[in-house]
Design a protein around this ligand. Structure first.
Ligand code: SAM
Length: 295
């Protein structure tokens, strides 16, 4: 079955002496872009797998979990999101979910690497097709750090769909970046970030929330289990000035979902939305630790 196949490892956790490796059916695209190493391959079970600098970004099999939870949670918690910003998100999977909300007036996406968008047009048409044909979508090729520092646009929801804190993605985990995001948020705004897998990337979560709490009245996270982001729960960082936004009732979220068009989902539901903020004890303890040093 796998004899003679090329195996591609995820090397994100080499410092922990831990790798997962995929038996490759076919490499569809591989290049060293100006910013990072990019490989897209076919896997027998997970379908298309995109890796950037040795870190799994998206797989056909389970992309819906991360894409739904990184979009519907902040947008429906906000309740009146008109202007949305995505930083990163080159495969356009997040953009596709945002644009399902007919209440969203404009979606700006700032992606540093045009190659990721270009090849996604061919290999992830299920994302790029509906997105690139939607007149509300505005793609900017730039470093997200530059953009949030200079833009005069203001946003209700900011989604940081970045790579991990290595290479070009590193700056997207800095206090300087979060401060600049805060600068271009409207009152009542919400920011969510890709904050890694707490059991393997503990510091990423604690330092991220600590930075949020320096800049916003409320810094926290919510969780979802995404099989190919190995290590159990993945934490999505959460920053806003209204703690109530992450403690809304199922009925409130369900009502907003109805108004947004009750589009089909495969993971997110109003109940899952609310439950995602109920943290396993070891993650809640990490979040509590984040506030100790910031006083
Ligand atoms: N869902 C994936 C995850 O959780 O790891 C992330 C998906 S998406 C492919 C990540 C995107 O972030 C990539 O397209 C990468 O080029 C982009 N990116 C990395 N650093 C960036 C920066 N400084 N500014 C804008 N985009 C950046």
């Amino acid at each position: 079955m796998t004899a003679g196949k090329r195996w591609i490892p995820e090397t994100l956790f080499d410092d922990l002496g831990f790798r997962i490796t995929y038996a490759v059916e076919r490499v569809l695209y591989e290049m060293q872009t100006e910013h990072q190493h990019l490989v897209l391959f076919e896997h027998g079970f997970f379908g298309k797998v995109l890796m950037l600098d040795g870190a799994t970004q998206v797989t056909s099999k389970d992309e819906f979990i991360y894409h739904e939870m990184m979009t519907h949670v902040p947008i429906l918690a906000h309740g009146n999101a008109r202007e949305v910003l995505i930083v990163g998100g080159g495969d356009c999977g997040i953009a596709e979910e945002v644009l399902k909300h007919k209440t969203v007036r404009r979606l700006t996406q700032v992606e540093i690497d045009a190659s990721v968008v270009e090849f996604s047009k061919e290999h992830f048409p299920e994302f790029t097709g509906p997105v690139l044909s939607d007149r509300r979508f505005d793609l900017v090729i730039d470093d997200g750090m530059n953009y949030v520092t200079k833009t005069d646009r203001r946003f209700d929801v900011i989604i940081v769909d970045s790579t991990d804190p290595q290479g070009p993605g590193k700056v997207l985990f800095s206090e300087r970046f979060y401060r600049a995001c805060r600068r271009c948020m409207n009152a009542g705004g919400v920011m969510v970030t890709q904050n890694g897998v707490p059991i393997l990337q503990s510091d990423e979560l604690v330092t991220g929330i600590r930075k949020f709490r320096k800049l916003f009245a409320d810094g926290a996270c919510y969780v979802a289990a995404i099989p190919t982001y190995v290590g159990g729960h993945m934490a999505m960082g959460w920053a806003s000035d209204n703690p109530k936004l992450r403690a809304l009732a199922v009925a409130t979220i369900a009502g907003r979902y109805k108004r947004a068009g009750s589009f089909p989902t495969k993971y997110w539901t109003p109940e899952v939305h609310v439950a995602a903020f109920a943290l396993p004890r070891f993650i809640a303890d990490k979040v509590a630790r984040a506030s100790k040093r910031s006083r």
